[in-house]
Design a protein around this ligand. Structure first.
Ligand SMILES: [Ca+2]
Ligand SMILES: [Ca+2]
Length: 144
């Protein structure tokens, strides 16, 4: 993701490790150590979001859980959400299908399969989840 973490008017890079929900944010678009982080915020496989939630010119972090609840924080640090968590959207609507991630074991569970369109989405997610590890390892092995 990108955001203006320090309020200087320029967006710069940030990454979120979907396996452990740890953020690393940098104030310049260059290599180097994180200016903010590691910051543990959220849970594994939640969706990271960034924005200026409080209009102070600094972008900050947020996460959306698999049920569609948003947890927004005004500072680049660990801690409780600054805005009371709220529901916006349905379960799994915000999920990124990042290679190698799962949005939770419930995606392939029996309950989603009984909900029409949600069932087909679950099928796609399950396929991506299962194929991702092979996609990560096979190309590098072929190129060596
Ligand atoms: Ca900036
Ligand atoms: Ca802000």
């Amino acid at each position: 993701m990108v955001g203006d973490w320090n309020g200087d008017g320029r967006d710069s890079v940030g990454v979120f490790n979907p396996w452990n929900a740890i953020w690393y944010l940098r104030n310049s678009n260059t290599r180097g150590a994180a200016d903010y982080g590691p910051i543990q915020y959220g849970s594994a496989h939640w969706t990271p979001v960034v924005g200026d939630w409080n209009s102070d010119a600094n972008d900050s972090i947020g996460v959306v859980d698999p049920a569609g609840r948003w947890y927004l924080r005004n500072s680049l640090s660990q801690g409780a959400p600054d805005i009371a968590p709220f529901q916006y959207g349905g379960a799994h609507w915000n999920a990124f299908f990042v290679p190698g991630t799962t949005a939770g074991p419930d995606l392939s569970g029996g309950t989603d399969n009984s909900q029409g369109g949600t069932g087909s989405l679950s099928g796609v997610a399950a396929t991506l989840t299962l194929s991702a590890p092979a996609m990560v390892t096979t190309p590098s092995a072929a190129w060596l």
